[in-house]
Design a protein around this ligand. Structure first.
Ligand SMILES: C[S@@+](CC[C@H](N)C(=O)[O-])C[C@H]1O[C@@H](n2cnc3c(N)ncnc32)[C@H](O)[C@@H]1O
Length: 214
């Protein structure tokens, strides 16, 4: 069985219920969603924001309520997670958010609308470089303008832990969107997060503004 299928099965079936209840106080997720750059890129009316690995949808739901002129799409492979997100939306309805339970590539096949912003927190680490390039190529062709990623890069050696990918996001984005995007409108906010630190990862929030120049 391929590693990708194993990883999908893990998230589909084994995401623990207690993880769904709340985003822990120390988890970088909260830091991520409060960043000014993220707020600036998702707030202009007419913007469509996709969150990959939205889990219980709390952060995206809050953003949808805060920015009623933008549209928010939350995708997570865990059905339980998306059920929690839907329950949240029925408690506090907002029409500008939609949820999808499934793999991101299944979502992108089923939904062909433009996507302007990609957000992900602690999720692209489970995608191989090839999968990440595929994902970004599809999004480039859908009109992607910005990426906000709260992910890890490797400190020292590249392969820090088996099956967790500490990508060089600058290089991959330059490859997919064209060389002119390397370092263009890129900002990085490093932070310390003990579980990642101890595995020799460097945690950081990365913002990219891109335009296809291939
Ligand atoms: C470590 S959790 C992070 C959740 C959330 N972003 C946060 O910061 O709290 C990774 C999430 O990505 C989801 N995920 C993993 N692989 C996925 C895929 N191929 N497509 C969609 N979601 C995926 C998992 O189900 C899980 O909810």
């Amino acid at each position: 069985m391929s590693l990708r299928i194993l990883r999908k099965q893990y998230w589909r079936h084994n995401l623990r219920r207690e993880n769904l209840a709340e985003i822990g106080p120390n988890f970088p997720n909260q830091l991520f969603w409060s960043q000014t750059e993220l707020i600036q890129i998702m707030s202009p009316p007419g913007t469509t924001v996709l969150e990959l690995g939205c889990q219980n949808g709390k952060a995206l739901h809050a953003a949808a309520i805060r920015f009623p002129g933008s549209k928010f799409l939350g995708v997570d492979i865990s059905r339980e997670a998306i059920a929690a997100a839907k329950a949240l939306t029925s408690q506090k309805p907002t029409e500008n958010v939609a949820w999808f339970a499934g793999d991101i590539f299944e979502f992108l096949k089923a939904n062909t609308e433009p996507i302007h912003v990609l957000c992900s927190c602690a999720t692209l680490i489970y995608f191989s470089e090839k999968e990440l390039e595929q994902l970004l190529s599809v999004l480039r062709d859908r009109g992607l303008k910005a990426l906000a990623l709260c992910e890890v890069t490797a400190r020292g050696q590249r392969s820090v832990k088996e099956h967790i990918y500490a990508h060089n996001y600058e290089a991959i984005i330059a490859k997919v969107f064209g060389k002119k995007n390397r370092g263009l409108n890129y900002s990085k906010t490093p932070f310390k997060y003990e579980p990642w630190e101890s595995q020799n990862f460097e945690g950081a929030i990365h913002f990219f503004k891109v335009s296809a120049t291939l």
